[in-house]
Design a protein around this ligand. Sequence first.
Ligand code: SF4
Ligand code: SF4
Length: 81
Amino acid sequence: MALEIIAGCVNCWACVTLCPHQAIIEAQPHFLIDPLRCTECVDAHATPQCAAICPVEGVIVNELGDPLNPPGSLSPPARFG
Ligand code: SF4
Ligand code: SF4
């Protein structure tokens, strides 16, 4: 059970210090999650900390490939009128 960082990560370091298991690895072209260390935070926090802080939509996915911050989830609400 582990999350994955995929293309689109901007290597901003925001998630690195929040990870309770030091599972996020600096790498190129983008950071990676060590699947042997990541617990999806279930043992430490109510929500995955990396996804909670990540400012980019769609770059942290679960084992099914589903983004934790899907497109539109971090965008401000649309304003009409
Ligand atoms: S889900 Fe939690 S344990 Fe896994 S990489 Fe993100 S912060 Fe670390
Ligand atoms: S917070 Fe998001 S964009 Fe920043 S390094 Fe982590 S996965 Fe990449």
